[in-house]
Design a protein around this ligand. Structure first.
Ligand code: GN1
Ligand code: MG
Length: 385
């Protein structure tokens, strides 16, 4: 048996023993890597009793989430709230809707720390549904909008003070700019290849950031003026965090509650639109073909507002266009900064991966800017239907 094989066998044995720390019935038959998360390690656990019975096992990245137990407390607060308000929610009667549940560890806690202090948690798997890494069509877009609206509606009366801030500064664009400045000011280690300073792509990215600096505080300035207020948000409602029923094609769950915390609904609306209106997806290398599709934007906002209209204020509508533009720009800035810093935050396939991702988001931002009037018109039409 070769070394590589022996190692992967060790890994799968180790994962099975981690999975066995959690309190579900039956024997674990498989633990496989799952999904395409950029931060945590996610695994799908299959149980012997019934092959359809699965669970999601995750190792939380503690470089990013310094206090992962707070994520669990937020998830509990969310679950209790949704459980209590479920019946009274604005759900379309008869529509399937599920919230993944926490599976406790055998020691009774909601998570398990291994001897190396890694933080593991397990949740139930939403059966008969899947996620997609890129948007499929207008119907898919409408369902995603519905799901985000439903999710926001469910948490709209959860007191924001009952949630911990699990990731300080998350989506506060000026803080990402300050970090970018700090990275640029720091001396680069000699090992960092010189391409990082000199390529045409890098120059384009620096210029791109410089041209938008002054505007990057648009949402935070609105908060300072009291026009926008903090509410519970999801933080990461991208296309592959919405589960779609295999049979009906309807959205049935919003997953990945890591960044459920106080924030602006605009972060979520912006993130959802920048993710779902880019049919080529975050990982494309066809930079020049990246485009923001306004018909998908229309479908998402229509689906969203069908559920969310009741808590939207006039000022909320005023900042939707800025939110879309900002969150695409911000994600590009986050990828670019991580590239410059030597890829310390996002998981990467190679040294240039974060640069390629940044270029996608910057191209997307340009496409959003070029269609500003059309996007504003879509928002206006939705605002007064
Ligand atoms: C990260 O780990 P994942 O894939 O759920 C990131 C999001 C980004 C996203 C881009 C905590 O989410 O903010 O939008 O990558 N999460 C964190 O794909 O930084
Ligand atoms: Mg996430």
């Amino acid at each position: 048996m070769g070394q590589v094989h022996a190692n992967s066998l060790d890994v799968s044995m180790a994962l099975r023993s981690v999975a066995a720390q959690f309190a579900f019935v039956g024997e674990v038959v498989a633990v496989e890597r799952y999904g395409s998360g950029n931060v945590n390690d996610t695994f799908l656990v299959t149980l012997a009793s019934d092959p359809r019975e699965k669970a999601i096992l995750q190792k939380v990245n503690q470089q990013v989430f310094r206090r992962p137990e707070l994520i669990i407390l937020n998830m509990r607060a969310f679950m209790e709230h949704v459980g209590a308000t479920h019946a009274a929610s604005s759900a379309t009667p008869g529509r399937r809707w599920e919230t993944p549940d926490i599976i406790r560890a055998k020691n009774g806690a909601d998570y398990w720390r291994d001897p190396e202090n890694n933080f593991w948690r397990m949740t139930t798997f939403v059966q008969g549904a899947q996620t997609y890494d890129t948007i499929r069509d207008r119907h898919h877009a409408g369902e995603i909008g519905y799901a985000l609206g439903r999710f926001h509606s469910l948490i709209s009366d959860l007191p924001v003070e009952s949630l911990y801030d699990t990731l300080e500064g998350f989506h506060v664009t000026p803080r990402y700019l300050a970090h970018y400045d700090a990275v640029m000011a720091a001396a680069f280690p000699a090992a960092v290849d010189s391409r990082r300073h000199s390529s045409a792509e890098v120059k384009y990215a620096h210029d791109f950031v410089a041209a938008r600096r002054a505007w990057a505080s648009v949402l935070e300035d609105a908060v300072q003026r009291g026009e926008l207020t903090l509410r519970p948000i999801h933080g990461d409602p991208k296309v592959n965090n919405i589960m779609i029923d295999d049979v009906t094609g309807q959205a049935v769950s919003v997953i990945d509650l890591d960044t459920l915390k106080p924030g602006l609904v605009h972060y979520d609306i912006g993130d959802c639109l920048r993710s779902c209106c880019n049919p080529l997806g975050e990982e494309t290398e066809a930079f020049d073909a990246v485009r923001f599709e306004t018909d998908l934007c229309q479908a998402i906002l229509e689906g969203y507002l069908g559920e969310a209209r009741h808590f939207m204020t006039g000022k909320d509508y005023d900042y939707i266009y800025d939110a879309v533009r900002l969150i695409a720009f911000e994600l590009g800035l986050r990828f670019f900064t991580d590239y410059l810093e030597g890829n310390v935050y996002f998981k990467t396939k190679d040294a240039e991966h974060n640069l390629r991702r940044a270029l996608v988001q910057f191209r997307l931002t340009e496409s959003i800017e070029a269609q500003a009037d059309a996007i504003r018109a879509i928002v206006a039409a939705q605002r007064h239907p």
